[in-house]
Design a protein around this ligand. Structure first.
Ligand code: FE2
Length: 497
C-alpha cells in the first residue's frame, strides 16, 4: 500500500510542534495542520489567466487542529479551518480562518483539549446520552466538514451532527453560533441543503442514542418553518440528504453501532449489517412521518449524494454507493487500524428511482470508477442536471486522497477525466457558472491543490467544458492548504453587494 511519505519525506515547516510527537498519517505530509491565519490580495497567476467571467469565491472547509488532541486523532476531529479564494475582475485574493467553535474557544481558554474525538472513549456522563442536542456534549464538535450559503452568510457544519456556525462571507469571521432564533437548540447534520429556488435550508439532527431524526426546514430569512420527528429502527449514522422541489430524501443505511456496546465501552463500534436493506425515506418538504414513503434497496452505505429530481411520479437520485462498507482493519497498522480502515473508500456512482404513486423502485450502477466528493452545479439542486464533478479515490493508498477530477455527462453516460500531475493532491471541485450564462457547463470547475514535496498550494481553474485539458489558470496561494473536506462555490452576485 502506497503512502504519501513516498513523495513527502519531511513535514512542512509551518506546523505545530506537537505533531512531531504523534504517529498518525492524518497529521503529517499533506495533512499537516498550519499554524496561522492569512489574508492576501492580488495573488500571483503562474499559468494562464483568471477568466473575466469568473466572479465569486471558492471556499473549502477542513480539519486543522490547534492543540494536541486527546486520545487517538481521527481526520474528522481537527478544528475547522476555512480556506477561501476570491475571484473578481481577473484577480484573486485569499483568506484562511479558523471556525471559532465552542470547543476551540474552550480549549484556548483552558490551554488543552478536554473532549475526545470520534474514536473515543466518550465520557458519556457529560452528554446525558445526547438528551440536549446530539453528540457534542461528549465528542469534540469541530465545525470542520461542510459549508453552505444561507441568508447572506456561510454556515460551517460538522460531520457527526454539530453546532452550526455562521461566517461572514467576506472576512470568514465567525459571527454567530447559529440556532435560528433558538429553534435549533441542539445540533444539525453537516450537509444542510439550501434550496436554490427558495433559499430555504433543509437539514436534520440525529444522535448516538436516538431512534429518530429531527427534520428541519428553515426559511430564507433564518426563521424556522417546519420541524418534525422521523422515527427509525434504531440510532443511525446518516451523512447526507437530497432535496427536490416537493420532497426531502432521508437515509437509513445498515451501517450503525450497538447502543449497549457504546454504553459499556464509551466507543462507537460501527458494523455493517449486510442482511438489512438500505432505506430511503421520501418526506414532503413540510411533511410529517405519517406521510413518508420508505423504499428499500440493496444493503450498503452512501456518504454523499449527487442530486435528486422529480419526473412525474418518479424521484431519481444519484449518489456514491459503497456496496460493502465493512470496516476491515489491517493488523499491521496497529492501534490506528480502525481509523485508517474507516477512511478507505470503495464505491461507485449509482442511480436509485422511486415511484411515489405505485411504490415501484429500481437501482442501477452507472459506472465503475472509484469516485466520491460529488457535486452538480448546486444551483441545480433538486432538478435534473446533466453534469456532475467528482473526485477519484485511489485504492492503493494508506490514507484518503484524491488523484483525479472526473466529470460525468449523465445524458450521454460518458465521463471525462483529468489526472492530477504526480505529487499533487486535489480537493473537492465545485462548478462556477460563467457570469455570461450559457449552457449548463458554461463556466469553470474551481479547486485548490497541494504538492506533496514542497507543500506549495495553488488554486486551479478548469474550463468546465474541457476538464481533461487540465487547469486553464493556476494561481499561487500564499500559504499551504492541508487536504480537507467539502468545498462550495459562492457566486459573486451574492458576495459583492
Ligand atoms: Fe460529507
Amino acid at each position: 500500500m502506497r503512502t504519501y511519505r513516498e513523495e513527502a519525506t519531511l513535514d512542512p515547516v509551518d506546523r505545530p510542534t506537537w505533531v512531531d510527537g504523534v504517529d498518525n498519517p492524518y497529521l503529517h505530509g499533506p495533512y499537516t495542520p498550519v499554524i496561522s491565519e492569512i489574508t492576501a490580495v492580488d495573488l500571483r497567476v503562474t499559468a494562464g489567466e483568471i477568466p473575466a467571467d469568473l466572479s465569486g469565491a471558492y471556499m473549502r472547509n477542513g480539519p486543522n487542529p490547534v492543540l494536541e488532541p486527546k486520545g487517538q486523532y481521527h481526520w474528522f476531529d481537527g478544528d475547522g479551518m476555512v480556506h477561501a479564494v476570491y475571484f473578481r475582475d481577473g484577480r484573486a485574493s485569499y483568506i484562511r480562518r479558523w471556525v471559532r467553535t465552542q470547543a476551540l474557544r474552550d480549549e484556548l481558554e483552558q490551554g488543552r483539549v478536554t473532549l475526545s474525538g470520534i474514536m473515543g472513549p466518550f465520557d458519556l456522563q457529560r452528554g446525558n446520552e445526547g438528551a440536549r442536542g446530539t453528540n457534542p456534549d461528549y465528542v469534540k464538535d469541530t465545525g470542520n466538514t461542510t459549508l453552505v450559503w444561507h441568508n447572506g452568510r456561510v454556515l460551517a457544519q460538522w460531520y457527526n451532527a454539530g453546532r452550526t456556525y455562521a461566517l461572514d462571507p467576506l472576512t470568514l469571521d465567525t459571527v454567530a453560533d447559529e440556532t435560528f432564533g433558538g429553534a435549533v437548540d441542539g445540533t444539525l447534520n453537516a450537509h444542510a441543503k439550501c434550496d436554490p429556488r427558495t433559499g430555504e435550508l433543509i437539514d436534520y439532527d440525529y444522535g448516538d442514542f436516538k431512534s429518530y431524526l429531527t427534520y428541519y426546514v428553515v426559511g430564507a430569512d433564518g426563521k424556522l418553518k417546519h420541524k418534525t420527528r422521523v422515527d427509525l429502527p434504531g440510532p443511525r449514522l446518516p451523512h447526507d440528504t437530497t432535496i427536490t422541489p416537493q420532497y426531502t430524501i432521508l437515509h437509513d443505511f445498515p451501517l450503525y453501532h450497538d447502543v449497549d456496546v457504546l454504553r459499556r465501552t464509551g466507543h462507537r463500534v460501527v458494523e455493517f449489517h449486510r442482511e438489512v436493506p438500505s432505506r430511503f425515506g421520501v418526506i414532503p418538504r413540510y411533511g410529517t412521518q405519517e406521510q413518508i414513503k420508505w423504499f428499500e434497496f440493496e444493503p450498503g452505505y452512501v456518504l454523499h449524494m449527487v442530486n435528486a429530481w422529480e419526473e412525474g411520479d418518479w424521484i431519481t437520485m444519484d449518489g456514491c454507493f459503497q456496496p460493502d462498507p465493512t470496516i476491515r482493519r489491517d493488523p499491521s497498522e496497529g492501534a490506528l487500524g480502525s481509523m485508517l480502515a474507516y477512511l478507505r473508500y470503495r464505491g461507485h456512482l449509482r442511480r436509485w428511482r422511486m415511484n411515489m404513486r405505485t411504490g415501484e423502485k429500481h437501482e442501477q450502477q452507472l459506472d465503475d470508477a472509484n469516485v466520491e466528493f460529488c457535486l452538480p452545479d448546486i444551483q441545480l439542486y433538486g432538478v435534473k442536471a446533466r453534469y456532475s464533478y467528482h473526485q477519484r479515490v485511489p485504492t492503493d493508498m494508506q490514507t484518503l486522497v484524491f488523484d483525479a477530477l472526473v466529470k460525468y455527462d449523465h445524458e450521454s453516460g460518458s465521463r471525462e477525466v483529468y489526472e492530477y500531475p504526480k505529487g499533487w493532491y486535489g480537493n473537492e471541485t465545485p462548478f462556477a457558472k460563467s457570469t455570461r450564462g450559457g449552457a449548463e457547463d458554461r463556466g469553470y470547475a474551481v479547486t485548490v491543490a497541494t504538492h506533496a514535496k514542497d507543500y506549495k498550494s495553488e488554486a486551479w481553474i478548469y474550463d468546465a467544458q474541457r476538464i481533461s485539458k487540465g487547469p486553464i489558470a493556476r494561481v499561487a496561494l500564499p500559504g499551504r492548504v492541508p487536504i480537507g473536506f467539502h468545498a462550495q462555490w459562492i457566486p459573486g452576485h451574492r458576495l459583492w453587494r
